[in-house]
Design a protein. Structure first.
Length: 261
């Protein structure tokens, strides 16, 4: 399910990495991790003050540091803070090329979503056995979110539970935001959620609610639009996907691709 790398572009990328580090022999002699991290942080704070840095740690190549950003993306910086490589890094193994960046983002999404109590979600679960679960960042006014929810019975019949998290596309203001708060505060969340998806009237209601926190969670794990479908392993599918196709991803061979070529 993860993004795959074009062989030609991957070869160029890997050759470029090798050439870069062949040209920087002094990097391999770095012994103290604290000094490079401080150098890199000073450089980025000075030149990119708006960059949201989550962590800086030694990367998989000696002398290369992984600057992890909010949202799960990374840039790679040499220990002397003179060379920066944006984008994902790929690792070659016996099965092909693995996207280490996407692997990290999958784990980040998995861990952060696993920490959310299901009682704070709106959950449509199968009546029988739950064979799989998807977590969907949604907006009650989003047309393709409505289309996905229109297949909720089909998804449940296939044994797929759907857990909704709030992600108002216009942000933490405006009519959609207020409607989502009212939906999450309704006495019967599921009924109000379905009514809102069908453009029904949502009576104004307020309470202690998770809408803000779930919106911020979406931003932290790389959600940029709705619906954003997340599998149990953290894989993200942006946009609407038909129920039958989702079932194929979850139960078929394609779901096991693991980001390899």
């Amino acid at each position: 399910m993860n993004q795959r790398l074009n062989i030609r572009s991957s070869s160029v990328f890997l050759l470029w990495i090798c050439a870069l580090f062949a040209a920087l022999p002094g990097l391999a002699q770095q012994q103290d991790d604290s000094a490079p991290v401080a150098r890199i942080r000073e450089l980025l704070n000075r030149t990119q003050p708006d960059m949201r840095i989550a962590a800086i740690k030694a990367g998989p190549i000696k002398g290369l540091y992984d600057v992890q950003l909010q949202g799960g993306h990374s840039i790679y910086v040499s220990a002397d803070a003179k060379y920066l490589i944006p984008g994902d890094l790929y690792q070659a193994d016996s099965d092909g090329l693995v996207n280490l960046g996407e692997k990290h983002r999958d784990q980040l999404r998995h861990d952060k979503i696993a920490a959310v109590d299901e009682k704070d979600m709106i959950v449509f679960a199968p009546k029988g056995q739950r064979k799989a679960t998807i977590t969907v960042f949604t907006d009650v006014d989003c047309p393709y979110c409505r289309k996905l929810h229109g297949e909720i019975d089909q998804l449940n019949a296939l044994g797929i539970a759907v857990r909704y998290l709030a992600y108002p596309r216009t942000g933490l203001k405006g009519e959609t935001y207020r409607k989502m708060i009212s939906t999450w505060c309704a006495d019967d969340r599921k009924a109000m959620f379905t009514s809102a998806k069908r453009d029904g009237i949502v009576p104004v209601k307020d309470c202690d609610n998770p809408v803000d926190a779930q919106f911020e969670l979406g931003q932290d794990v790389g959600v940029t639009g709705t619906p954003a479908i997340v599998f149990d392993d953290g894989t993200l599918l942006p946009g609407y996907v038909p129920a039958a196709t989702l079932a194929g991803y979850l139960f078929g061979d394609e779901a096991k691709a693991g980001g390899r070529l």
